[in-house]
Ligand binder design. Sequence first.
Ligand SMILES: NC(=O)c1ccc[n+]([C@@H]2O[C@H](COP(=O)([O-])OP(=O)(O)OC[C@H]3O[C@@H](n4cnc5c(N)ncnc54)[C@H](OP(=O)(O)O)[C@@H]3O)[C@@H](O)[C@H]2O)c1
Length: 327
Amino acid sequence: MNPSLTSIADVLLDRSLVGYTKLGSGLRRLWWPADPPSDALAGKRVVVTGATAGIGEAMAGSFAGLGAEVHLVGRNRDRVRRSAAAIRETVPGAVVHDEVCDVGDLDAVREWTDDLSTRVDALHGVVHNAGAMPKQRVETPQGHESQLAVHVLGPHLITDRLLPLLRNAGGSSVVFMSSGGMYSSALSADDLESTRGDYDGVRVYARTKRMQVVLADAWATRLASGDVRVESMHPGWAETPGVAEALPTFRSITLPLLRDARDAADTAVWLVATRPESSPGHFWHDRAQRPTTFGWQRPQDPAVVARVLDAVSSMTGTTRNWAALGD
Ligand SMILES: NC(=O)c1ccc[n+]([C@@H]2O[C@H](COP(=O)([O-])OP(=O)(O)OC[C@H]3O[C@@H](n4cnc5c(N)ncnc54)[C@H](OP(=O)(O)O)[C@@H]3O)[C@@H](O)[C@H]2O)c1
């Protein structure tokens, strides 16, 4: 297809939001980069958080289908077991491992990452997919607001603690599953724990999904001289248990156009399996990099980015020295 026509079509799909629906992936499939070979991840090992439902479970199945050994992380042992069994049943020869960890509980993250590090030598992929949009403000055992903890603090701590395993792989990828909803929120370093005013779960969701994009970009810069790649992405709009629970009206209006979970997981799987070149921003959707802000939005203020990164480091007890973090 004519590349300039497809690139215009791609941008129009993106800006009109039609691209977020299954029409977007259906059309882009005509021109997006090739699928990875069917054995692309043979002999490789991938971790997926939030693998007990929706996009994460579908993604884990796709990774297994490409030959990866997959570690399914969930906070409920029975649900992890059920998802692992479902993948073993549907993907011939799948090797999947049950991992129980509430990624918003930083002590549980420390315990689980320590344990995993004694069991495996290398990781080729980690996808921070776990997510939620509670209506009420909930605190984690460490007293953090839950969306901040599940979307930002836990993934940051997991990345930090699994870095030796990612480096051992000789080429690996970390993917933060953000949301197109992040476009509605500017980055802010104020009230990170959402204690002021009435709690608005949708607003906090957008804000923490914005933080994921900024954090992934900072990690990508930090690790640029090595062979661990870090990206963020959004999956479009998909029919999942999470959407049914958190956004029932949105779901009932958009249902015929929603992607299925496997479609929504596609770009994460493709990123880990193909490790494409990536430029600053490092934000993807449908196998292409996308802007992190649009023209009418103010560009990210470096001072606010620095304050947010500093706060994340401090809350997780990890190094604050972002500026000098060469590999
Ligand atoms: N679906 C969409 O249209 C859409 C759009 C934009 C972005 N996303 C993002 O895509 C990701 C997956 O969404 P989804 O729609 O598939 O959601 P979902 O159906 O609600 O599934 C979310 C998964 O995350 C797990 N999870 C939640 N909190 C966790 C925690 N503290 N520790 C470990 N696991 C936890 C859930 O486990 P339990 O089974 O224990 O609850 C479940 O497996 C999320 O990050 C979401 O923000 C989705």
